[in-house]
Structures are given as structure tokens and as C-alpha cells.
Write a protein that binds this ligand. Structure first.
Ligand code: BT5
Length: 262
């Protein structure tokens, strides 16, 4: 917690050498009534999770695996915006802490030259149509070498270490992981405050600045269906607006699809 300049996010921090998933641990804390902004960090996860039942490779100690419990006074329709806001916070923290220019692939993959360096998993609990709590899980590859990723994801995944070496000839050992964590938490607090002030438009504009999806052709997988279109915009609820080749327009929600750039 040393040097953390936030008021809500990270007021309480729980660190572990190993957990199954920081999201699971954070959920347990949330159910026991922990504070808004409680953070859970682990050196390694034995069962890191991605979206839609996918797994997240996080068994080594070279990443940032963390979850944040949020208790925003919002309804279901605002949850997507909070997830987009989290990706904005991560991208801007990478710029501030490490001078790295990352992109955001809708909805919330953080990419470096097209390869995924960070993923975000939002899980929630609803009560009477309001959000009871949200758990924002952030997984950031920090110092892994290419050979340390599972074979299946080697061509799609990268770490900050790999990127800095290839792009700038810099060694990751010159950067502190804790500094990046603190910067992410302080950027998160900033976007969280923006949302509390109701300024959703500001988040959307910020998100668009980092977007590598808008204007591109995308392949959408929705249940058994697949379709191709051009990602045109995102709306005020964070849905992706896709124009199909026959001219029809679809609004896509992140919980139900996977999107691939073509
Ligand atoms: C995500 O899912 O990108 C969300 C990942 C969230 C991980 C954090 S870590 C802390 C917290 N605790 C958890 O248990 N989870 C959160 P999705 O969009 O579904 O992407 C998953 C896909 O990314 C996998 O199917 C792989 O293809 C790929 N992948 C898995 N591990 C990866 C890694 N370390 N780096 C890059 N890509 C990876």
C-alpha cells in the first residue's frame, strides 16, 4: 500500500502468494461485506479464469493478477461501461507508468501490436435490479518470456517484457511491477469517479482514443451464429455497433459474443 495515492480503490489490499482465482477470493470478501475498492492480489493463480468459461494462464509469478471489488450505485445497464472504463484505466496506466502505447480491442482486451497483454473479467452480483457488487479481474502479463506461454496462445499473447525488449530494446527489470499496479489503481479511481459523476460520455470518448476495433472488420460469434461486419461505433451503454454487409446494423453486448479482428 506504500505510495498509493487513492481514497477508495486499494484502501484495503489483500496479497497472496497463491489462490485459485483472485476473482473468487474477491467475491468471498464482497459477500462478507468488504469495502468498495477492496483489492486482491496474488503472485500466481491455479485456476485463473477468462470470460465465457475460458481459462486464463496465470500459474507463473511473472504477471499482475488482481481483482477489485466495486460497489457502484448503478443498474445492470451501466456495468458494461464500468468494464470499458477499467480498460481505459489500464491503457492510460501503461502510458503513464511505462510510456507504453497500448490499444483496446473491444470490449476490453489490452493489446500491444495486436497481441494480448492484458484481459479483464467483470463478474457481478445483482440485488433488486441494482448492482450489489462487481468484481473487476485484471490479468496483465508482465515479465514472461515467449517460451513461458502455453503453446496454443504464443502467437496471440505477449508480455510487457517481450514488447519492451523488441520495440525499444529495454529490459523489464528496469521497471517495477508494484509501480504499475499503483498506477492502475489510481487510474481506476479516476474513471470510477468519472462514472459516479455520471459522465459516461467522457469514458466513451477516452475508450475510442485507445480503440483498435472501430472502423475494422470483425467476426462475431454469437451462440451458434457467426457473422462478419464493420465495427462502427460504441453506444452510451458500451455496446458495439456493427454494420453487416447487407446493411443491417447490430448492437452487440460483450457478455454474449467473441469478436475477432479480420
Ligand atoms: C479475459 O478473458 O481476457 C479475462 C482475463 C481475466 C484474468 C484475470 S487475472 C485476475 C482475475 N482472476 C481471474 O481468475 N481472472 C481475472 P477472455 O476474453 O475470455 O480471454 C481468454 C483467452 O485469452 C483464452 O481463451 C486464451 O486464448 C487467452 N489467454 C489465456 N491466458 C492468457 C494470457 N496469460 N495472456 C494472453 N492471453 C491469454
Amino acid at each position: 500500500k506504500e505510495g498509493l495515492d487513492t481514497e477508495t480503490i486499494g484502501k484495503s489490499v489483500h496479497c497472496f502468494s497463491e489462490v485459485d482465482s483472485t476473482n473468487n477470493y474477491a467475491k468471498t470478501l464482497a459477500q462478507k461485506g468488504c469495502d468498495d475498492g477492496t483489492v486482491v492480489l496474488a503472485e500466481r493463480q491455479t485456476q485463473g479464469r477468462g470470460r465465457l468459461g475460458r481459462s486464463w494462464d496465470s500459474t507463473d509469478k511473472k504477471g499482475i493478477w488482481m481483482s477489485i471489488v466495486l460497489r457502484p450505485a448503478v443498474g445492470l445497464e451501466d456495468v458494461q461501461i464500468i468494464t470499458l472504463a477499467a480498460s481505459v484505466a489500464v491503457a492510460s496506466a501503461l502510458k503513464k507508468a511505462m510510456d507504453v502505447n497500448a490499444g483496446i480491442k473491444w470490449p476490453n482486451d489490452i493489446v500491444l501490436d495486436g497481441k494480448k497483454v492484458c484481459g479483464i473479467l467483470t463478474e457481478m452480483s445483482m440485488e433488486m435490479e441494482r448492482v450489489n457488487y462487481l468484481v473487476l479481474g485484471i490479468g496483465m502479463n508482465f515479465s514472461q518470456q515467449e517460451s513461458e506461454f502455453p503453446k496454443e496462445i504464443r502467437d496471440r499473447a505477449t508480455s510487457l517484457g517481450i514488447y519492451l525488449k523488441e520495440k525499444h530494446g529495454l529490459d523489464i527489470s528496469g521497471f517495477r511491477r508494484s509501480h504499475l499496479v499503483k498506477t492502475i489503481l489510481s487510474e481506476l479511481e479516476e474513471v470510477y469517479d468519472t462514472i459516479k459523476e455520471g459522465k459516461v460520455g467522457v469514458i466513451i470518448e477516452e475508450w475510442k482514443k485507445y480503440s483498435v476495433t472501430l472502423g475494422k472488420e470483425v467476426l462475431i460469434n454469437y451462440k451458434e451464429e457467426q457473422y462478419i461486419g464493420t465495427a462502427q461505433d460504441i453506444d452510451q451503454n458500451g455496446r458495439l455497433i456493427v454494420r453487416l454487409s447487407d446493411g443491417t446494423v447490430r448492437e452487440v453486448l460483450s457478455g454474449e459474443v467473441s469478436v475477432r479482428g479480420l
